[in-house]
Design a binder for this molecule. Structure first.
Ligand code: NAD
Length: 248
């Protein structure tokens, strides 16, 4: 029970990695705040894990500010922020076809949201003199992944750079900021992409030395480690859980 009575905010908790992490955090003793734009599933997950649902769009400043201030007011503290909500463009996202509107939408949901969540979580953690922030990036930000996903890759590169910057800036205040870099995970986000383009799935699998996609629970286990004091000397770091892709 490494997170006993810690207050943990999970964004994108209604599905995939966020859902698996909400379950894992609850199993480790945390009070879990399940945040998602998908109200129905956020409430279902919150009921399942005995937590609280907050329906919010994490790319909207007023909603993110209200989220963290509300959590601090209701629970007295914010111990963990898992900034995980994200989107992946369904179609070819090559730079030659990606329009400015699509680019800005992906950057807003994947990167601006992380900026906002950090901005409004950190003051509460400063007051406590302690906190752990985990930002979901991706293995694609660590390599030329040949995914033709220019906006997605750039959005995750921004998350990595921001994580390093904040990890260093707040290290002496007891606030740790780390990035999670999952490889391909069998979640709705990825499976929907691959259902439309099975060849893309096959191409992706070739590059995974383990020869399979991750189960969301395997990513949640890594997040629980980063959230807990077991990772107390880790900050401004990238935690890669990718079945060997970036090592190959
Ligand atoms: P998913 O689609 O299963 O879940 C994402 C959740 O985020 C959904 O519940 C969705 O409703 C929510 N969401 C989307 N936009 C939101 C917004 N503006 N405000 C609040 N909630 C919002 O996806 P997933 O695969 O679990 O992905 C989670 C994170 O992991 C994403 O940041 C994704 O980029 C990253 N990631 C996924 C993979 C993978 O292979 N699945 C690999 C590397 C990184």
């Amino acid at each position: 029970m490494r997170l006993q009575d810690r207050v943990a905010v999970v964004t994108g908790a209604a599905s995939g990695i966020g859902l698996a992490t909400a379950r894992r955090f609850a199993a480790e003793g945390a009070r879990v705040v399940c945040v998602d734009i998908d109200a129905t599933n956020a409430r279902t997950v919150a009921d399942e894990v005995g937590g609280e649902a907050v329906v919010a769009d994490v790319s909207d400043e007023a909603q993110v500010r209200a989220l963290f201030d509300g959590v601090a007011e209701r629970h007295g503290r914010v111990d963990v922020a898992f900034n995980n909500a994200g989107i992946s463009p369904p179609d070819d996202d090559s730079i030659l076809v990606t329009g400015l509107e699509a680019w800005e939408r992906v950057l807003r949901v994947n990167t601006t949201s992380v900026y906002l969540c950090c901005k409004y979580a950190i003051p509460h953690m400063q007051r406590q003199g302690k906190g752990s922030i985990i930002n979901t990036a991706s293995f694609v930000a660590l390599m030329g992944a040949a995914t033709s996903q220019i906006a997605y890759t750039a959005s995750k590169g921004g998350v990595l750079a921001m994580t390093r910057e904040l990890g260093v800036q707040f290290a002496r205040e007891g606030i740790r900021v780390n990035a999670l870099c999952p490889g391909p995970v069998a979640t709705p986000l990825l499976m929907e992409l691959f259902a439309k383009d099975p060849e893309r799935a096959a191409r992706r699998l070739v590059h995974v030395p383990m020869g399979r996609f991750a189960d969301p629970t395997e990513i949640a286990a890594a997040v629980a480690f980063l959230a807990s004091d077991d990772s107390s000397f880790m900050t401004a770091a990238e935690f890669v859980v990718d079945g060997g892709i970036t090592g190959a």
